[in-house]
Design a protein around this ligand. Structure first.
Ligand SMILES: [Zn+2]
Length: 142
């Protein structure tokens, strides 16, 4: 029996993360920030891990970052993510220490420290996914 290729989509109406997904649908990137000490809080939660203040709010940051790490997956595990693909970890330009994971189809000639930008890919009526790409020309080497 042929296997159906189904990509799992993120839950966008969770109270802890819906602000992130709403911003992405508008083409913006938002990260939670402590209202008291301005520490960025990622993964999002209501309490600040630094000063323990009970209030964090969504704060818009730029859609740019620096490549912190990456790996190229060659072994097929999930049929929704055909190989090869490149998993990236990018540190946000406006929020040092905050890193977001991304997925790039294919093999890419990347260098740690290179500039990355987000494109907002609309995957459905309710889901827009921020996707990292190299800031300069795409250097896919398939
Ligand atoms: Zn704080």
């Amino acid at each position: 029996m042929p296997q159906t290729l189904t990509r799992r989509l993120p839950v966008t109406d969770d109270p802890d993360t819906e602000g992130f997904w709403q911003a992405a649908a508008e083409g913006r990137l938002k990260i939670r920030q402590c209202r008291s000490c301005s520490t960025y809080v990622h993964l999002p939660r209501n309490h600040c891990p630094k000063c323990h203040a009970p209030e964090t709010v969504w704060h818009e940051v730029s859609s740019r970052g620096t490549l912190y790490s990456f790996c190229i997956a060659e072994q097929q595990i999930d049929p929704a993510f055909p190989t090869p693909y490149t998993a990236v970890l990018v540190e946000l330009e406006d929020a040092p220490g905050v890193r977001l994971i991304g997925h790039l189809p294919g093999r890419h000639d990347l260098t740690i420290g290179m500039q990355m930008v987000i494109a907002f890919d609309k995957l459905g009526d309710d889901v827009t996914l921020p996707q990292w790409h190299p800031a300069q020309t795409d250097r896919t080497v398939l």
